[in-house]
Design a protein around this ligand. Structure first.
Ligand SMILES: C[S@@+](CC[C@H](N)C(=O)[O-])C[C@H]1O[C@@H](n2cnc3c(N)ncnc32)[C@H](O)[C@@H]1O
Length: 259
């Protein structure tokens, strides 16, 4: 009897909570100038001593779910580590709110530049990674994007990456090309080629299911590309298709290499 009453009480409590608990807002309905706010004290410093971005900011970078956020970042960091020389320079294009950077920071010899078109992510990262000083730098690109930066002044097709020619050991583009139209993607590939050191690699992830008869399709929210077509674009930009790594969290990852 006692067990029955206890169970009933906890069910009623659960129902009441479900009714009153605030649901996390989707990032698109949240004021952009609040997205980079920190969640403390609800989520104080998380594994490895870094703060956690708020739900809305995590969601803007692909997933609000905490487990997926950490899992995807960890998986990518393992992948990237396979191709890093000692004391590497890493460029993360479309870095979001540091899903991968939080793991790269564990490598004390690694220098990092993260760029993104979505300013709240960059503002958050600058504060969260402040302790790493010059080793970690975050740059906002004020390019136009209907989804991420509707007031952006520049064209993605004109963006010059903020790293010198031949200076980067490894570039990571996790779910970046899944948002770029073809002319933008071609331009970014030529920028990848410019900033990579000879022999340096770029890891890029793609959605690879364009409708039948198409090779490049979609909207800014999701672009799908035929893999052979994409690798042809990379070749035209002066990059070799070094390796098809496989599927990571639902996207096909390729390693491109500057000869
Ligand atoms: C799906 S999120 C992935 C973020 C991050 N790579 C991660 O794994 O958490 C795509 C990111 O690309 C950024 N982005 C979209 N278009 C961009 C562009 N033209 N240049 C730079 N970043 C862009 C978005 O703002 C967003 O943060």
């Amino acid at each position: 009897m006692a067990w029955g009453l206890g169970r009933l009480r906890s069910m009623l409590w659960g129902l009441a909570q479900r009714h009153v608990a605030p649901r996390p807002l989707s990032w698109q309905n949240q004021p952009r100038d609040t997205l980079h706010w920190f969640d403390e004290p609800q989520l104080p410093l998380q594994p490895y001593g870094l703060a956690m971005p708020a739900f809305g900011l995590r969601e803007s970078a692909g997933t609000g779910d905490l487990g997926s956020f950490l899992g995807i970042g960890d998986s990518w960091a393992h992948l990237v580590n396979r191709f890093l020389p000692p004391d590497p320079m890493v460029l993360d294009i479309g870095c979001g709110c540091g899903k991968m950077a939080r793991y790269f920071a564990l490598n004390p010899g690694l220098h990092y530049v993260g760029v993104d078109i979505f300013e709240p992510s960059i503002l958050w990262c600058r504060r969260a990674f402040e302790r790493y000083g010059d080793r970690f730098r975050f740059e906002h690109f004020d390019g136009y994007s209907a989804a991420y930066n509707p007031d952006g002044k520049l064209r993605a097709e004109d963006y010059i990456l903020p790293t010198p020619d031949g200076s980067v050991d490894l570039i990571v583009c996790g779910s970046l090309f899944t948002h770029l139209f073809e002319p933008q993607a071609r331009h970014y590939l030529s920028q990848l080629r410019r900033v990579l050191k000879p022999g340096g690699s770029a890891l890029v992830s793609l959605h690879v299911e364009p409708p039948a008869g198409e090779v490049y399709a979609g909207t800014e929210w999701r672009i799908d590309v035929d893999e052979a077509h994409f690798l042809g674009m990379a070749k035209a930009a002066g990059l070799e298709a070094a390796e098809r790594i496989g599927v990571v969290y639902g996207q096909v990852v390729h390693r491109l290499r500057r000869p």
